[in-house]
Write a protein that binds this ligand. Structure first.
Ligand code: HEC
Length: 242
């Protein structure tokens, strides 16, 4: 391959191989600096911080072990194929206008996420704040059969995260309360979430990016328009017509 790049100049053989190698090395070094080292220096050392609104509270909070298990179930079932975990700023997308978030997402929101699952496509609503709008029992019912809560939902059901079992001496406190819109179960049976479903519901209810931070402050109140701050001539209604 390299011999193709050899040419002749005044009878001397010029070998381009080393130049090609150096060029490639420079490209690799420049892209590593720009896309790996620079972001690492900018945001690699982010830590928990005080929220702007309620000072003693540290944000983000340390996740519980079951939250990690739920995040793994989220990953294993590829929920990120349809759901994102990132609220875009007002000028980059309508997430805030749709009421999906309190503020836009920042790098600090993800410091405990390993791996970060920002998502691929916004087929379903963004889930960054789903914990603020849904409770665990609604989430579980929605996972068992999305059409139980939303007519014509295109989200796939996840019945394998649940178990249909005969009611023992007492019914399980976790058993789903199926709405009348779903076909009724045989008498004496109940649908109980498996531990994967419970940890996934726990993970989803923990998703809440509601603390305002220095880098994501609360929305500013509109300032009153100053009338005396300018020396431009005042606008008049009877200005001469041109
Ligand atoms: C094929 C795409 C698709 C996949 C995969 C998917 N969802 Fe959804 N999801 C949707 C759509 C579309 C909606 C909106 C309609 C609805 O509420 O059912 C939705 C809604 C939701 C909601 C309700 C959000 C709200 O604000 O009302 C939750 C919670 C949810 N999905 C969780 C999950 C979880 C957890 C997984 C993985 C186990 C998952 N979804 C997989 C498409 C998907």
């Amino acid at each position: 391959m390299l011999c193709l790049l050899q040419g002749e100049e005044g009878g001397l053989q010029v070998k381009y191989g080393p130049f090609l190698f150096l060029g490639l090395l420079c490209c690799m070094a420049a892209s590593s600096l720009t896309f790996v080292l620079a972001p690492q220096m900018q945001i690699g050392g982010l830590e928990q911080t005080n929220s702007v609104a309620d000072l003693p509270v540290m944000y983000p909070s340390q996740p519980a072990g079951v939250t990690h298990q739920g995040a793994e179930v989220y990953r294993a079932n590829n929920c990120a194929a349809c759901h994102t975990l990132q609220i875009r700023p007002r000028n980059l997308g309508p997430d805030l206008q749709r009421g999906l978030g309190f503020r836009y997402s920042v790098a600090r929101d993800y410091i405990f996420d390993k791996p970060v699952m920002l998502g691929l496509q916004r087929v379903g609503p963004d889930l960054s704040n789903v914990g603020a709008r849904m409770n665990p029992s609604t989430i579980l019912l929605h996972l068992y059969n999305p059409r139980a809560t939303v007519d014509h939902s295109i989200m796939p059901p996840y019945p394998f995260l649940f178990e249909k079992r005969k009611i023992g001496r007492v019914a399980s406190p976790d058993a789903l309360v199926l709405p009348a819109t779903l076909p009724p179960l045989e008498k004496g049976y109940e649908i109980v979430p498996r531990k994967e479903a419970l940890s996934l519901a726990y993970y989803l209810t923990s998703l809440r990016q509601s603390s305002y931070l220095f880098e994501a402050p609360p929305p500013q109140k509109a300032k009153p328009v100053a009338t005396t701050d300018t020396n431009a001539p005042a606008a008049t209604t009877n200005s001469p017509a041109k």
